[in-house]
Design a protein around this ligand. Structure first.
Ligand code: GTP
Length: 606
């Protein structure tokens, strides 16, 4: 395929603004799938994605589109049949790096915004990414069929952001199809053809890689220079590992084998590799013979930013959990895990995630696809503790917090963008203040919508920032954040003790100013949840040896049989058996018996 007829683009959109519907409509109009099959939504393959309404994995689809003579005249372009490659981008903050790689594979981005809602923070963040990658932006308002649509207002907003005239903002209804042909014509007209050196050594960018049970890893690439043929042996430039190419081709809408893919083309490769970590997003592929010497650049190793312990509620499921994590990792290069033991929760794994959503999705999949019942500890970020003797300790788990003399503690910081109706500026500022935020700037997108930029400690964001933001703004504010270095902070580890024994699952690293609040809250919660014992049980929160909060669970004489007035023997036996059964689910913390449900409940509402 000559590059001159190729157009590569992605769609940047907020969840529910209609990306999948538009993609389906395009597939249908270009004849790639018929209307009925389109409804199955080809681009979002995983059930969870569909249910949660988010796109996690980016994939690509190739569509032919013919510009008729009339269309050519109307759009001031050349008639003929073009090849459109639509690359699906993940939409959420946790996947910024993946988004940036799929943007790199395109010449343009369609900025798709719901005409009744306007742009959201994540979309704005992705728009900025696309602009800084020098992509051509085609602003499009969707859902113009809705009675609540306000295309005039939002066209002005988008024009302001993109730097065009409001009348250049296209208006479509992905649902009814209105305006979508027009959009396809504009794609051909506005998007520049890919540029690359066909005679240079092959270089292809990996923008996605997916594990398939039957075929192993399927790697999605955009060829930048040269070509890849099915006879080549390929080389991953970050690791120099080489692999035989078993198959290559394009997706339209299923895999279609081909002999080679060249400059500007988007396609898939299969090498027999069994694990996506051997075929990393952002890496450059070249051929073993006549290899390129310089990679395309921008490769970044995914580093987990948020850690949490995952434990099976039923200890017998530990082995199943390990197997499930192994399987998930085949398809998720960013997920890390290692076994850990908790006095309160038993055997489990400390897992690393890109962010909160990544964590939630992973947990969800473990529970649903693998039928596990899990409890997770409160998530925490990675701290670097510098000791007075200048040694450094990386803390991914509160239990690793060092004992000795600490010089300083460095915490990760993010740059957050919040978009909100201007009515909520006050309450958002208040929230950010209590979360140790620093206002960097504020801009009005329109009369009543504002963009606020903050630096915030990442540890505060993973705690409950997002929930609070949503509840304070009735769900109207949206948030995006990216890692921006670290800062020294006055942090302490708060332990929760039952009868003097620390309960590891509840230890947390918090700012000194929030330590008291955390302590009081956890102690009160546990008092509610832990049943009385034969003896009095003190619950304490402590920083080191200093107790900062305390409650007591009063003793009872637990004489269950006393309840059975009369001498019904079988009833007594039943009660005793029931009590024995209950015991199995008890965890001992020192001398104190705690039902596991108490831990689960305390952590769940954390
Ligand atoms: P994810 O892929 O789940 O991130 O969301 P999405 O952005 O792809 O949204 P999706 O296409 O699933 O559409 C979200 C909702 O908006 C669905 O209920 C669609 O039927 C509806 N929708 C999409 N386009 C239009 C449109 O043009 N008009 C109207 N009225 N509804 C639309």
């Amino acid at each position: 395929t000559p590059p001159s007829i190729i157009r590569n683009f992605c769609i940047i959109a907020h969840i529910d603004h209609g990306k999948s519907t538009l993609a389906d409509r395009m597939l249908q109009l270009t004849g790639v799938v018929d209307a009925r099959a389109a409804r199955a939504q080809y681009l979002d393959r995983m059930d969870i994605e569909r249910e949660r309404g988010i796109t996690i994995k980016s994939q690509a689809v190739r569509m032919p589109w013919t510009i008729t003579d009339e269309a050519a005249a109307a759009h001031d372009t050349e008639a003929g049949t073009y090849v459109l490659n639509m690359i699906d981008t993940p939409g959420h903050v946790d996947f910024t790096y993946e988004v940036s790689r799929s943007l790199e594979a395109c010449e343009a981005a369609i900025l798709l915004v719901d005409a009744a809602q306007g742009i959201e923070a994540q979309t704005l963040a992705n728009l900025y990414l696309a602009m800084s990658a020098d992509l051509h932006i085609i602003p499009v308002l969707n859902k113009i069929d809705l009675p609540s649509a306000n295309p005039e207002k939002y066209a002005a907003e988008l024009a302001g952001l993109v730097g065009c005239e409001p009348e250049d903002v296209l208006r479509v209804s992905a649902k009814s199809g209105v305006g979508v042909e027009e959009l396809l014509n504009e794609i051909v007209k506005q998007i520049p053809a890919p540029v690359g050196d066909a005679d240079a050594p092959a270089r292809a960018l990996i923008f996605d890689s997916v594990y398939d049970t039957y075929r192993g890893v399927i790697t999605y690439v955009r060829v930048v220079d040269g070509e890849l043929t099915h006879r080549d042996r390929i080389k991953m430039m970050s690791s120099n590992a080489t692999h035989e190419l078993l198959e290559l081709g394009v997706i339209s809408p299923e895999q279609v084998k081909s002999d080679k893919i060249g400059v500007g083309e988007v396609g898939y490769l299969i090498t027999g590799v069994k694990d996506v970590r051997q075929s990393r997003v952002g890496d450059t592929i070249t051929t073993q013979n006549g290899a390129a010497t310089e990679s395309l650049g921008g490769y970044k190793h995914p580093n987990p930013m948020v850690y949490a312990g995952l434990y099976p509620i039923d200890g017998d499921q530990f082995g199943d959990l390990r197997e499930a994590l192994e399987k998930l990792q085949l398809n998720d290069a960013a997920l890390t895990y290692e076994p850990e033991t908790s006095g309160a929760l038993g055997f489990g794994f400390r897992c690393g995630f890109l962010g909160l959503l990544h964590m939630e999705i992973t947990r969800d999949r473990l529970e649903r696809e693998f039928n596990l019942d899990l409890i997770s500890t409160a998530p925490n970020v990675v701290y670097e503790v510098v000791m007075e003797d200048t040694s450094r300790v990386e803390v991914t788990n509160p239990s690793e917090f060092p004992e000795g003399k600490i010089h300083e503690i460095l915490e990760p910081v993010v740059r957050a963008t919040i978009l909100s109706p201007s009515d909520y500026i006050g309450t958002i500022m208040e929230l950010c203040q209590t979360k140790r935020g620093n206002l960097l700037g504020m801009d009005y997108l329109s009369e009543d919508r504002v963009e606020m930029r903050y630096t915030l400690p990442m540890g505060e964001i993973v705690f409950d920032f997002f929930d609070q933001l949503k509840s304070r703004t009735k769900g109207y504010a949206s948030l995006d954040y990216e890692r921006k270095g670290e800062q020294a902070a006055d942090l302490v580890k708060v332990d929760i003790l039952l009868q003097g024994e620390p309960v590891d699952a509840f230890s947390a690293i918090v700012h000194r100013d929030s330590a008291y609040g955390y302590g009081v809250q956890m102690v009160a919660k546990l008092k509610e949840l832990i049943p009385r014992q034969q003896f009095e049980v003190p619950i304490q929160a402590a920083i080191g040896a200093r107790v900062i909060a305390r409650e007591n669970i009063r003793a009872i004489r637990k004489d269950v049989l006393a309840k059975c007035y009369g001498g019904d023997i079988s009833r007594k036996r039943k009660l005793l058996e029931k009590q024995k059964e209950g015991k199995k689910r008890m965890k001992m913390v020192g001398r104190v018996e705690v039902p596991q449900e108490a831990f689960v409940a305390a952590l769940a509402t954390g």
